[in-house]
Ligand binder design. Sequence first.
Ligand code: HAM
Length: 416
Amino acid sequence: MQMIPRVKGTQDFLDKKLFQYILDEFHEHVSLYHFTQIATPIIEHVELFKRTLGVFTDVVSKEMFLIQSADTKDAMCLRPEATAPTMRAFLDAHPDTPWKVYSHGPMFRYERPQKGRYRQFHQINMEVIGSSSISQDALLITMLDRFFQEKLHIESAALQINFLGSYEDRARYAQLVKAFVDNVSGICDTCMVRKDKNILRIFDCKNPICQSIYEAAPIMIDHLSPESQKEWDQIQNELSLLSVTFSINPRLVRGLDYYNKTVFEFVSGQLGAQNAFCGGGRYDRLANELGSKQEYPSLGAAIGIERLMLVLEPIIDSLQLPQPKPLYIVMPLASEQNPLALLLADTLHAASLTVDTFLDGDSVKNMMRRANKMGAAYALILGEQEQQSNSVVVKNMMTGQQEQILQTQVVPYLRK
Ligand code: HAM
């Protein structure tokens, strides 16, 4: 019979230490900024994303994992991102604003897998819902910058920002880009489709010919209304005031349609083609797109955990990953000593010690080898003789020294 393979584009995490470390550090970091952790479901109605991300975005048009339940005709999907679900949850419950929340979990996009790009991946997602102040954008970006630089010691990252203006600015700008594209030749077929369906997406094209053509295209930040220009100046000033280093990438449009005003990405040269490990921006009309009569200007960002792990792997030694506690191995020499081994291990567990119990029988030599490989501090050996004398042989795995002591004395002995 053939083995069943892993689904394409998914990963098994056989050691989640680094993953968990990122979550723990983030949790501690955002609590300083007064964010609350939430969770939303993994399945949502497809309509939620169609209305918010844009029907012509790649995520909605080609990358959805659709699911159909047995008892309803409702089209559902595995969430491709967490901003629209967070806004849906907000509009359901109407908590006080600004609602500053974060969540984490798997997201699903049917993309072509490559380094740093998966079909199931994980994000830490954060949103500030119901705040129109552009200073909030500076605060969120600074919070992330501090997290990457000061908490995770990432030096290889760069922050890129851009300003998409108001929705009106953006619509006017789209017309300018359309006029530009209508007058050039040689763009790829994908861009030809994007030109008619979602013109600003052409700047996402990786084709070098298209990229060189677009170098001459008009730039959004050159065509901002006076109010938008003021906000664009403000965010740059505030980031500088807070000593956040950034560069302006006038071509940064992001892959989802809901953004206006500030957009940003943290990128790393270490990641190859998929170089963004965090991205976000402002989305002032998303609530209205979901049917809200009231406006809830908002902003947020998401960190791609797998990509952040790729950035961290080369510098893992500079991180203070939690050190495992000393490990004690209870080692019965024959199955007759298994009940006693269970009892001894139970006593140690009750004293909050970390214990592994070898219950499957093996030669002493093999068991010692295994204990060594596991980095055990002590082996607690129980043979027939120890069973009869209520004792245990305690072997220090570092020095090789061993002592026979009473079982009742094990906890105080190990604590010494
Ligand atoms: P996004 O740029 O689509 O934004 O995704 C955010 C991050 O998730 C990316 O920068 C990347 O690190 C990671 N990511 C995206 N797709 C994949 C993939 N296929 N494999 C591995 N990692 C991936 C959003 O999702 C927005 N909801 C962010 C946001 C929150 N904007 C406002 N609030």
